[in-house]
Design a protein around this ligand. Structure first.
Ligand code: HAM
Length: 417
């Protein structure tokens, strides 16, 4: 066992898997760019205060933050998510609204590592700041849905809920607390601890011992104001108009505190229930204000890359593709020709690789085969003397030809087209 390995919950992403990661982000970029979203790249590290607004009562903030005091005595944290960073950037730069942005990158949460749950994990996401319009919620939800379609993932269920206005939520939480305290004897010891911190999170419990008390708990819809009711109805009408199937899940509270009105999750059909949320989001109208900005509505989502790729594996879609070069240059004269030819081809936009260490012809041809190249360009002492190169197709048969070096690029373009 080597002395150094990745820390728990952190992984190396190697080729060809890393190419799939890039393709994942590119597919997301294409999906949301087509809807007018521009990329924002916030730093990995922020003042810890930025993340406190995510929720003082959440595990993400109280237990899982990677925080430390830096050399300038600033208390900073690695971001556990990017919504708070995007809102901080909005307050700092004051761009015109609607501000429609997307992001992709790693986040850090000190969680118990398991399949689909890591301490460093990647997300792609969008946020829109400015408009207070339930049709925007629909646009956001629909873009996530479209992205899963672009990946080819089929077993995804959209669940939606509304947490209502802040006052509705406060009244609901008070009623929940009453209900759970009255029935505390029937709650699991874990849920009793959760209750003391945040009664909403008890609704998340999947422990059988809690199911009866949860089933008889007050329902959020009974606390919705008229505004919350009509906003939620508009969101559901919009989803129906787009033929996006959904399930209303009144127990969907999400793990972060900033949500009001619409919340939603995309749930994967093949993953364990403890980590089957492929992505989630909602409205967070108070967050910009909490971070010192003007009252500004916001809505968005984030989709977990690591977890979604596991779901893709389960469904056999969006597979990793071996990536090869077009041309492999074999040079048995010492390697200088391979150096100049690969450089010339790459400059002409033809992907090319070569072997090193002046190996035998046989060994270089083996390397050419392994490289996945379509064509080998071979230089022996005869070719070197004559200023020519042999072009040999590696895949689908075809005759090898000898061409002058000056015509090599043109010939290869024809062979590869
Ligand atoms: P979240 O539900 O905490 O929301 O995370 C979104 C997604 O990130 C999850 O559904 C999951 O796929 C992935 N994820 C979270 N934690 C882990 C982990 N430890 N390992 C692997 N994947 C993980 C947010 O982060 C909000 N910022 C979403 C949002 C954007 N709300 C409004 N705008």
């Amino acid at each position: 066992m080597p002395e150094f390995q990745t820390s728990p919950g952190m992984r190396d992403v190697l080729p060809p898997e890393s190419a799939r990661w890039r393709r994942f982000v590119r597919t997301f970029d294409e999906t949301v760019s087509a809807a007018g979203y521009g990329q924002v790249v916030p730093p990995l590290l922020e003042d810890i205060g930025v993340f406190h607004r995510v929720g003082e009562a959440t595990d993400v903030v109280t237990k899982e933050m990677y925080d430390f005091v830096d050399k300038g005595e600033r208390h900073v944290a690695l971001r556990p998510e990017q919504t708070a960073s995007v809102c901080r950037a909005f307050v700092q730069h004051r761009p015109a609204t609607p501000w429609k942005v997307w992001y992709a990158g790693p986040n850090f949460r000190y969680e118990k590592p398991q399949r689909g749950r890591y301490r460093q994990f990647d997300q792609v996401g969008i946020e829109v700041l400015g408009p207070d319009d339930p049709f925007l919620d629909v646009e956001v939800i629909a873009l996530g849905w479209r992205f899963f379609q672009m990946l080819g993932l089929r077993q995804v269920t959209l669940t939606v809920n509304s947490l209502g206005e802040p006052a509705d939520r406060t009244a609901f939480v008070a009623a929940l607390r009453d209900h759970f305290e009255t029935n505390i004897e029937r709650l699991s010891p874990e849920s009793r601890v959760t209750l003391a911190k945040n009664p909403l999170r008890v609704l998340d419990s999947k422990r059988p011992a809690d199911s009866d008390v949860i089933a008889s708990a007050p329902r959020i819809a009974d606390f919705h104001s008229e505004t919350a009711r009509s906003s939620f109805a508009t969101v559901l009408d919009g989803l129906r108009a787009l033929d996006i199937p959904f399930v209303v899940n009144e127990r969907l509270v999400r793990g972060l505190d900033y949500y009001r009105f619409t919340t939603f999750e995309y749930v994967g059909g093949t993953l364990d229930s403890a980590q089957n949320a492929l992505g989630g989001g909602g409205r967070y109208d108070g967050l910009v204000e909490d971070l010192g900005g003007p009252a500004t509505p916001g809505v968005g989502f984030a989709i977990g890359l690591d977890r979604t790729l596991l779901a893709c594996d389960d469904e056999g879609v969006f597979a990793a593709r071996e990536q090869g070069v077009d041309v492999f240059v074999v040079d048995t004269t010492g390697g200088l020709h391979a150096l100049t030819i690969t450089d010339q081809l790459r400059a002409a936009g033809i992907s090319a690789d070569r072997a090193f260490e002046n190996r035998s012809m046989k060994s270089q041809m083996k390397a050419a085969d392994r490289s996945g190249a379509t064509v080998a360009v071979i230089i022996g002492s005869d070719e070197a003397a004559a200023g020519t190169a042999v072009v040999r197709p590696l895949r689908d048969g075809g005759e090898q030809t000898s061409v002058p070096r000056s015509e090599l690029t043109t010939t290869l373009r024809k062979v590869l087209s």
